[in-house]
Design a protein around this ligand. Structure first.
Ligand code: T4K
Length: 367
């Protein structure tokens, strides 16, 4: 039996991708906002129903750059959560800002909105919440807190591509949202990412950030870097976008099969979904609390059988070695995130995962 990993990149047919990149051999135009880049940007603005989508070479640089674009004073504080991938916290810190870790709720593992205000000081400039696993944060409460305290809201929406809340695309909440188009994501451009927003004035700065601040052959207006998406990445995105809705439908079937097996199992907790959310079924996290085996034992048993579940997200970012000297670090300050990190396992989830494989995975867990 072949190994099953936590996810498997979605790819178009080989011939479809070859057809899409054929024009690159004709033009020899490989990067710097060529035709594929322009087409993908246009397609995504339509798909996400968002006025501005700026493409990036990966999600992390997209997040780092959108935070930089806000031009916060160095040393300012940003309220965020540690139950996330390293990228979220690193993007804040690499901008010279101080992450203030807020706990998550034990319902859908997004930021606990009841705990945000107590963390706000006169140094706070922004909230960077994470739509973890594709679960949409309480965007209404977050916005009202931000409005009250005059803070920016930048969503790490790396997991939430194509998710809608009350019919509104996840690209449209807060001041900006970052998506990751990494190979492991519901929608991929091999590596890639985007910043999405409504504010027209952000367009030029986000473009300057990713292309050296170059505005014309003889004009450089800003000290930007290089974070452009290339034509091969964009071509992959154009192809993958054509099949995305089908992929999400297939993911839904995988999720339903897992739920049939695992729901109402003593000691196993499944993530709850907020009302009015259209999900992308990005991940299938399971929390082992009082189950007959610990998370780590289940992880090892699955691995012995060739099944690569993952401990997303363990360790949490406020326990990383690189943050030990930060006064705001320490898992004891975020007990729910610490509890989850010790108990959660994300099970294999991708569109082409066979339902019989889901049966096998659940059988191993239950035995
Ligand atoms: N914010 C959040 C909340 C994020 O989760 C991420 C990324 C970011 C920001 C930053 O976005 P990017 O800059 O990455 O665009 C993976 C991904 O590398 C990372 O993108 C992702 N989050 C994170 C949650 O997962 P690893 O170290 O677990 O990946 P890896 O290489 O172990 O791959 C996991 C599985 O995916 C493999 O077992 C098989 C499958 N896979 C992997 C690759 C690389 C494929 O099927 N194809 C592939 O090409 O970090």
């Amino acid at each position: 039996m072949s190994n099953i990993l936590v996810t498997r990149s979605s790819m178009p047919d080989y011939s479809e991708y070859c057809e899409e990149i054929k024009k690159l051999w004709d033009s020899h135009w490989l990067t710097n906002m060529g035709i594929e880049h322009k087409t993908l940007q246009y397609e995504l603005e339509k798909y996400l129903d968002c006025p501005h989508v700026v493409l990036y070479t990966n999600g992390h640089l997209a997040l780092e750059n959108v935070i930089a674009a806000m031009q916060f004073k160095p040393g300012s504080e940003v309220v965020t959560t540690p139950f996330t991938f390293a990228s979220t916290t690193h993007a804040i810190v690499r901008n010279g800002l101080v992450p203030i870790f807020c706990d998550v709720n034990d319902y859908d593992y997004t930021i606990d909105v009841d705990k945000i205000e107590a963390l706000i000081t006169d140094k706070t400039v922004a909230i960077v919440p994470v739509h973890v696993y594709g679960n949409i944060c309480d965007v209404e409460r977050i916005q009202s807190i931000a409005d009250k305290h005059n803070l920016k809201v930048i969503y790490d929406a790396a997991h939430a591509f194509a998710v809608k809340y009350k019919g509104v695309s996840s690209a449209n909440f807060g001041d900006a949202s970052m998506f990751s188009f990494h190979a492991t994501k519901v929608f991929n451009t091999i590596e890639g990412g985007a910043v999405c927003f409504k504010d027209d004035t952000l367009v030029s700065i986000m473009n300057d950030m990713k292309n050296f601040g170059i505005r014309g052959p003889e004009r450089v207006v800003f000290v930007g870097g290089n974070a452009k998406m290339n034509e091969f990445q964009a071509a992959m995105g154009i192809c993958n976008l054509r099949h995305l809705d089908d992929e999400i439908t297939k993911r839904k079937k995988v999720m339903e099969r897992y739920r049939q097996h695992l729901e109402n199992t003593e000691g196993i907790k499944l993530c709850k979904e907020r009302d009015n959310v259209e999900s992308n079924y990005a991940y299938f996290p399971v929390v082992f609390d009082g189950y007959k085996y610990s998370r780590n034992v289940v992880f090892e048993r699955l691995a012995e059988k060739g099944i690569g579940a993952r401990k997303y997200f363990y360790p949490i970012t406020n326990s990383f070695e690189c943050y030990v000297d930060y006064p705001t670090a320490g898992v004891e300050k975020t007990p729910v995130a610490a509890y989850l990190a010790d108990r959660v396992l994300t099970l294999p989830m991708y569109a082409d995962l066979e339902l019989s494989d889901v049966d096998r995975i659940c059988d191993i867990i239950k035995r």
